[in-house]
Design a protein around this ligand. Structure first.
Ligand SMILES: [Zn+2]
Length: 621
């Protein structure tokens, strides 16, 4: 039984109680008991399976063994249902689909990341980040929504550590990461007609997908923590694709976030929770806020492949190693050293990928490798093995290298303003490779890869000593000055200047987990030789874009972790407040059905300003 996992009811709390009180009594956050899920789920067990459609494409037998499916088997699409005739039937269908989704995901443990910025009001720029927090964990989508965190720097064990993640108690307001995780479902246990009233509002397009919009209200006395808001249901299979609202009031001193939660159709028949935006606070005159923040939660790694000996990629690599080595010759000591380094590199790349932290090799790498290649060619760099690149899936601004692989985080690619700035951060890692600053050869021993995914940060690390950092920066500058980017280093200088300006309020975003930080204690440490380059930073100058908001460049497919470049058309910046460097913005993915068209599956998180321009065919609003 998993009733001990009471944290589900703690999920939504922001505890407003004083830090001291929390520290004295860690159990004080214990929520009131909530009755467990009813034994009979009315929409699930009591309904006979729908008859197979006439074409026989969806045999009814497939649904009986859904629960027995092995952990990583491809999900079976839900059985087809007769087309609804009334809105009442539509409600029955989306309740049924929601229960089907909860069941399908119950054996999954995706990665969940929440990045949160507390806000303060700047007279010119409006709300700007004052400090920030970062949570990264694995979400157990079983009977409860539980999570395990990757960040364990508070040295706490057990429940408390899982609830608080790496977030210390020094803060007056505590954000509990489980709270953000909760928002993946409307109601994990009681989403039915006994607990909710549904009101049909209108039809509306979200991206390419026509939806039916319903308001959802908890029935009186249906209990605390019920969803209150609006849902969008696609009009083909009647899956919920978006939910927007909050949860009804909880116990004293607790607070429920408002949230906008989006799902993507990444596999046939299901829309899986992918993005959640939360925001609180009001900066209008006269309002006195207790909290003001905005936060992005992303879920990915639903279908993590465990890298084993029968992994297809391993087979390919073994073949290529054989090809390179002549069978009539023994390896020289130098060759042996290189093979050893490559083995370590391969082990690390494979392990980070299976932990859900690294995207598989893909289109973004082609762009990164082109930039690296530009640096190599113009500097006559000829390495025994080509430099590879990979995208770290997380938000903190971070790069590192292992062997000949350069890793750069999604968040860093997002905020870099141009290709020259990208070249600058890559040049530092290329310099480490050129200078032979090899790290990580200990990872050629396979026992060192045997750790749980959530302890990755305790088991892997690629930090250089200060002398190597300084040498790499010096070499990087040299590489850049010979490169096609030599004339554009002013932009790099601007990026470093705004990073310096904001570094003090973006500690979590600048805290690296595997490599050396770009800044420490509020001061830029990386590429500091370039930080005086270029014009003075002017945050009010509209055509001076020193850094971009998070989420504008890279999109991740939450099912298979593939990274893609976001395709957006430029939106004119009309005020200094539009620039939002390093900031969190709402999500507005362009929804599309599975397999429809090209490459919309990862969805582009863009600012709400770029919203939904497709008119509704039924303009009842
Ligand atoms: Zn370095």
């Amino acid at each position: 039984m998993r009733t001990s996992k009471w944290m589900i009811t703690a999920a939504l709390l922001v505890s407003m109680s004083a830090a001291a009180q929390q520290a004295a009594d860690p159990q004080s956050a214990q929520p009131p008991a909530q009755s467990p899920a009813p034994a009979v789920t009315p929409t699930d067990a009591s309904q006979p399976p729908a008859a197979a459609p006439a074409d026989g494409s969806q045999p009814a037998a497939t649904q009986s063994n859904q629960a027995a499916a092995p952990a990583l088997a491809e999900p079976t699409p839900p059985p087809a249902q007769p087309a609804p005739v009334t809105m009442d039937q539509v409600v029955n269908l989306f309740i049924l689909r929601e229960h089907g989704l909860i069941k399908m995901l119950s054996n999954r443990t995706p990665v969940v990341e929440t990045y949160l910025q507390n806000l303060t009001s700047d007279p010119q720029l409006g709300p700007v980040p004052s400090d920030d927090h970062y949570f990264l964990g694995r979400l157990d989508m079983g009977e409860t929504v539980d999570r395990k965190d990757y960040l364990k720097d508070d040295q706490k064990e057990g429940m408390q550590a899982r609830l608080l993640g790496g977030f210390h108690k020094l803060y007056k307001v505590e954000y509990q990461p489980v709270g953000f995780s909760w928002m993946v479902y409307v109601d994990r246990t009681d989403f039915d007609r006994e607990h909710y009233d549904f009101t049909y509002i209108r039809r509306e397009f979200l991206g390419d997908v026509r939806c039916l919009v319903f308001d959802v209200k908890p029935k009186p006395k249906s209990g605390r923590g019920r969803f209150l808001g609006r849902i969008w249901v696609e009009d083909q299979d009647f899956n919920i694709v978006r939910l927007n609202g909050t949860y009804s009031q909880g116990v004293k001193n607790t607070y429920f976030f408002h949230m906008d939660s989006w799902r993507l159709n990444l596999i046939p028949g299901y829309w899986v929770p992918s993005y959640i935006y939360s925001e609180e606070g009001d900066f209008s005159a006269g309002v006195k806020n207790r909290i003001a923040f905005k936060a992005q939660t992303r879920v990915w790694g639903y279908d993590l492949k465990k890298g084993g000996k029968d992994d297809e990629l391993t087979q390919i690599r073994v073949d290529s190693v054989k090809d390179e080595t002549s069978s009539t010759q023994d390896a020289s000591p130098l060759q042996a050293e290189r093979v050893w380094q490559q083995q370590a590199e391969d082990n690390v790349v494979e392990r980070l990928t299976s932990a859900g932290l690294l995207a598989p090799e893909g289109d973004v790498d082609k762009i990164l490798q082109t930039v690296v290649n530009n640096l190599e060619v113009t500097n006559n760099i000829d390495l025994p093995r080509p430099v590879r690149t990979r995208v770290l899936l997380t938000a903190p601004l971070e790069t590192f290298s292992v062997g000949n692989t350069i890793v750069i985080s999604r968040g860093l690619i997002d905020v870099l303003p141009d290709e020259a700035s990208l070249a600058a951060v890559l040049s530092h890692e290329l310099a480490h490779i050129v200078l032979g600053h090899n790290l990580g050869s200990q990872y050629a021993f396979n026992d060192r890869m045997l750790f749980s995914d959530d302890s990755t940060y305790q088991n892997l690390g690629f930090r250089h000593i200060p002398e190597e950092e300084a040498a790499a920066d010096k070499k990087a500058l040299e590489l850049l000055k010979n490169s096609p980017y030599a004339q554009k280093l002013d932009n790099v200088g601007l990026f470093l200047k705004i990073l310096q300006l904001r570094a003090g309020s973006l500690n979590a975003l600048l805290t690296t987990h595997l490599g050396n930080p770009l800044a420490s204690a509020g001061t830029i440490t990386r590429l500091s030789g370039l930080s005086t380059q270029g014009p003075a930073l002017d945050v009010n100058k509209l055509d001076q874009i020193a850094a971009l908001p998070l989420g504008g460049r890279i999109k991740i497919n939450p099912w298979d972790d593939k990274a893609e470049m976001v395709k957006t058309s430029p939106v004119a910046i009309t005020s200094a407040r539009d620039k939002m460097p390093f900031e969190v913005t709402p999500f507005y993915p362009r929804l599309a059905r599975f397999g429809a068209g090209t490459a919309q599956q990862g969805a582009a998180p863009t600012s709400a300003a770029a919203a939904n321009t497709t008119p509704s065919p039924n303009p009842s609003n």
